[in-house]
Design a protein around this ligand. Sequence first.
Ligand code: HEC
Length: 133
Amino acid sequence: MKFKLWVTLTILFFIYSFYVYIYSSSEKTPVQPTASVLSGWQVWQNKNCHTCHQLYGLGGYMGPDLTNIASDPTRGSDAYMKAFMKNGTDKMPDLHLTEEEMNSLVSFLRWVDKSGKSRVGKESVHWTGTYIF
Ligand code: HEC
């Protein structure tokens, strides 16, 4: 009896390990941040963008989630993103950013976009893990 249980658990362990292996080998290689990305990250923190905007679903809720803005067909252009950063709107304050700060913020947001998804579609969720293609 004990032997059967031991064999069953061992087999299950190997099957599960196989699934974990498949899951982890499909992981994308992380994109290394450039100097511009890192300075954009600094500006993001110093200007407290996170108090109103979320990245990966975390942050304030006054403004929209910006995790995947860079790959959004309507919102992803440099000009669109910089228009908000340059003057603010009636809802977002003008943070008096320099041209250089805005460019590095755009690089930062493009880098964030490649690193994950803010919302994962149902079709990507499987009992062995979450797959984003
Ligand atoms: C006080 C809150 C607040 C802060 C701080 C703030 N934002 Fe915003 N942001 C908003 C709101 C609200 C909107 C939506 C504006 C609108 O629709 O008029 C917005 C919109 C945007 C958009 C356009 C998003 C879209 O989906 O169209 C970008 C890009 C953006 N903000 C970037 C930034 C960056 C970068 C910072 C930091 C330098 C920042 N914001 C700081 C409130 C804020």
